[in-house]
Design a protein around this ligand. Sequence first.
Ligand code: HEC
Length: 135
Amino acid sequence: MHLRIAIAFAVLALPACAQDKKQLELGRYLVENIGQCASCHTPKNDKGELDKSKWMKGTIMDIQPLGTPPPGWHKTSPDLTPTGKLWTKWGEGALIKYLQTGLGPNGKPAGPPMPMYKYSPEHAEAVLAYLKSLK
Ligand code: HEC
């Protein structure tokens, strides 16, 4: 009896699990390859490489335009991992909305140089799933 339940559960859970993995891989691809989010949201080590131990934890960026920066220019980027302030302050709902509209809970876009992304619902969910998987 218990074995039957276990088998039924395993059969049901399998496709969902494969689906989650696919979504996570799409999110990873969108963030790491297309969005290049890490180049701004990850600190660099002494060798000037992205510090994998602080992946997407936010940093003081070493990019700045020549001359006077545009108004609202940010030198720092926030921690995007689930333990970061953004997740507690905004919550998942606001984050998913932000990824689709480029607008925060205050109805405003982020300051430069944060690009304005407008993901499809599917891609926004994938990006969020990837961020959620980070430590
Ligand atoms: C060119 C640098 C750069 C890149 C690339 C970048 N970010 Fe940012 N991001 C920033 C900066 C700077 C801020 C802080 C802006 C602010 O506080 O208004 C920020 C803020 C954010 C915020 C908070 C927005 C807010 O209004 O406070 C989120 C969420 C975010 N980034 C997600 C991402 C994701 C996801 C990607 C990749 C798809 C990404 N960022 C790529 C620089 C960048």
